[in-house]
Design a protein around this ligand. Structure first.
Ligand code: CA
Length: 342
């Protein structure tokens, strides 16, 4: 029962404009003193063998805005950049996690996208996760593209990189998503349009031989999320298979994975991330990159809800699962971001 009060204490609902309510596990620290934190980090880095625990205690329990202030103070007192100092002091998955915490959400996503396409070959799994889960909001994708173009690190057009690293219908879908042509949600429910789109999805796929992928791409990349949720519901009155089963029957490979990710995120993004985390921690060793990416990028957004969905879907808690599949300081950092057991 002690957990209930802890949960309520951490559950801060904040509405920013038209955005969805937030369910963070990491919230701004009270009585925050960036100078004290910067001095603590400086001492932890200078400790022989590095005091990882002190670094974790500070950086995983502050909001991104606060970490930014800490980094500024650190640079002032230590006369070096905090990211550079952490790179020298830490290694492996813990290093990647802590460096991720120093980036803004858009910088973090832009960097993950960039590394999924950098060099020879492409990490399609990461590319699909990032593009399809961020594409439900124009604002999120616009910010990522802006950082991708403006940041000293990349200075590139996201569209160009995506086009260069993918091909065929998969490329067409990702590019349509990156182009942010999605309608903004409104309070008006257009039943005629819902019916029209549901029928168009059916006519372009299950009804015919082959698939008119272009029609699917247009609807999935341009309609608002609440509209699409109703379209997928209406779709069942035309097709013997629901939207996800229709996707599985009609298309294959990366295109199939992308459409499935989109529909899962439109339906319930927290369930999607809970399932991704479960997949990443199925084997004996966890896929650290996936676990780190989801915890770092969702801890100030909806990780509390992801935890709830994780328990509901998988009959064990995210906290326990992280405890079983990771080790050492990296594990302690993940558990701190996770924020508690359920
Ligand atoms: Ca077909």
């Amino acid at each position: 029962m002690a957990l209930v009060s802890e949960f309520l204490g951490q559950l801060t609902l904040s509405y920013t404009g038209e955005q969805e309510p937030k369910f963070p596990t990491v919230v701004p620290a009270r009585n925050f003193d960036p100078m004290l934190d910067a001095a603590g980090i400086d001492a932890a880095i200078k400790t022989k063998g590095v005091d990882e625990q002190a670094l974790i205690d500070i950086l995983t329990r502050r909001s991104w805005q606060q970490r930014k202030e800490i980094a500024f103070e650190y640079e002032r007192i230590a006369r070096k950049d905090l990211a550079t100092a952490l790179k020298a002091a830490l290694s492996g998955s813990l290093e990647a996690l802590m460096l991720g915490l120093l980036k803004s959400p858009s910088e973090f996503d832009a960097a993950a996208l960039n590394s999924s396409m950098k060099g020879l070959g492409t990490d399609e799994e990461t590319l699909i996760e990032l593009v399809c889960s961020r594409a439900s909001s124009n604002e999120e994708m616009v910010n990522i593209k802006k950082v991708y173009k403006d940041s000293e690190l990349f200075k590139r057009e996201l569209e160009k990189d995506v086009a260069g690293d993918t091909s065929g219908d998969f490329a067409k879908l990702l590019l349509a998503l990156v182009q942010t042509k999605r309608d903004e949600p409104t309070n008006v429910v257009d039943y005629e349009k819902i019916d029209e789109d549901a029928r168009a999805l059916y006519d372009a796929g299950v009804k015919i031989k082959g698939t008119d992928v272009a029609t699917w791409i247009t609807i999935m990349s341009q309609r608002s999320v609440p509209h699409l949720q109703r379209v997928f519901d209406r779709y069942k009155s035309y097709s013997p298979y629901d939207m996800k089963d229709s996707i599985r029957k009609e298309v294959k490979g990366d295109l199939e994975k992308s459409f499935l990710t989109l529909v899962e995120c439109f339906e319930n993004k927290q369930v999607y991330f809970a399932n991704r985390l479960n997949e990443a921690m199925k084997g004996k060793t966890a896929k650290d990159k996936v676990v780190t990416r989801i915890l770092v990028s969702r801890c100030e957004v909806d990780l509390m809800k992801i935890r709830t969905e994780f328990k509901r879907q998988h009959k064990r808690t995210l906290y326990q699962t992280i405890g079983e599949h990771t080790k050492g300081d990296y594990q302690r950092a993940l558990l701190s971001l996770c924020g508690g057991d359920d």
